[in-house]
Design a protein around this ligand. Structure first.
Ligand code: ACO
Length: 323
């Protein structure tokens, strides 16, 4: 059976680190409020004039280096982002050119914070259907560009960054002991689009707009749907939450992460947490966390790893894989 195995992982964070105290200078907020409600202590912001593709290219180079694979051996580049450089072309084509690739194909996936999960599931399908042998899957965002700096309930929560993985076709025996992606589980429900959305867009208003969120409602959906998709993706692979070695959740909010782990009966020692240092980097958060966890030695060959995310749409899902 064809399996998609992660061969390399890498990330990039912009140089500018913004601590919670920075917001105290222009908003009625405090480090104590932000830490206690979200677990976020600092985040990175891209430099003026530094586009999402720049972050993506740097993360991609790190992942290619980690995999020991040259860019021209890649068949497809997928960038998950809701903050593309331009309305078109796809940021992925800008990344493709930036990596010096003159072959293969590149496209973007837009599923907000679930974008990397969607991109990974698509990459797995491209490999399983024989359309690609090696895929570069990137999550990259500059959410600092769509913040409403007067809205203290949202602008303190997000950050910029990028993470990338190289996945490659391998042969497995079809059991859940195989390395690589074992199952994927994707969902969306557009009835909930208004609880987390951006106020502008090309076709609706010819503007970029600002992020708006009904935080309490998003919170409620997040815990319930993330626990369910994690259970479901494991069931598809004939596994249960008790067998998980590592969960790499979307890094939105420590309270969502801990409540979801509790619902699944997982001890926090099994959960990768980077939200304190990165804030919510939307589609970049999972590959960033994978890269940080790999560098910390928290992911070992053969580990059963589940990643899960939810975001605007609502769109959510999970991927179960053996590292
Ligand atoms: N500093 C100080 N006070 C604040 C701030 C702030 N930065 N933001 C809001 N408040 C105030 C509110 O104005 C409100 O004051 P009031 O009672 O006088 O009206 C009070 O704090 C409580 O506000 P709530 O919105 O009820 O605060 P809550 O405890 O729900 O926490 C939060 C807000 C952190 C947004 C929470 O709802 C949450 O975590 N939601 C999930 C949001 C999230 O993580 N989204 C991202 C996941 S999805 C994705 O990644 C796209």
């Amino acid at each position: 059976m064809i399996r998609s195995v992660i061969r390399g992982v890498g990330h990039y964070l912009p140089d500018r680190v913004v601590p919670n105290e920075w917001f105290e200078s222009f908003l009625d907020t405090s480090d104590e409020w932000i830490v206690s409600r979200s677990g976020i202590e600092r985040r990175h912001f891209a430099a003026e004039g530094q586009p999402t593709s720049d972050l993506a290219i740097r993360a991609a180079r790190a992942a290619l280096g980690n995999a020991g694979i040259e860019a021209d051996a890649i068949d497809a580049v997928i960038v998950a982002t809701s903050t593309p450089d331009l309305t078109f072309p796809a940021t992925a084509t800008i990344v493709q050119a930036g990596l010096g690739m003159t072959c293969g194909f590149a496209f973007d996936v837009q599923a907000v914070c679930a974008g990397f999960i969607y991109a990974l599931a698509n990459a797995d399908s491209l490999i399983k259907s024989g359309q690609a042998e090696r895929v570069l899957v990137i999550g990259a965002e500059t959410f600092s560009r769509i913040m409403n700096w007067e809205d203290r309930s949202t602008c303190v929560l997000f950050g910029d960054g990028a993470g990338a993985v190289v996945i490659e076709r391998a042969e497995g025996d079809g059991s859940n002991a195989d390395r690589g992606i074992l199952a994927t589980d994707l969902h969306s429900d557009g009835r909930y689009r208004e609880i987390l959305q951006v106020s502008g867009g090309v076709s609706a208003s010819r503007t970029t707009g600002h992020l708006m969120m009904a935080g309490k409602e998003v919170f409620r959906h997040a815990v319930e749907k993330l626990a369910q998709t994690t259970t479901d993706v494991l069931a598809k692979a004939g596994l249960t939450p008790a067998e998980i070695d590592r969960v790499v959740p979307h890094q939105a909010n420590i309270r969502i992460i801990t409540r979801t782990a509790q619902k699944l009966g997982l001890p926090m020692e099994k959960v990768v947490v980077t939200v304190a240092d990165h804030g919510n980097t939307s589609a970049a958060s999972i590959p960033l966390a994978l890269s940080v966890a790999a560098a910390r030695g928290e992911l070992r060959t053969g580990d059963l790893v589940v990643t899960e995310a939810i975001g605007g749409g609502l769109a959510w899902g999970a991927v179960a894989l053996r590292w």
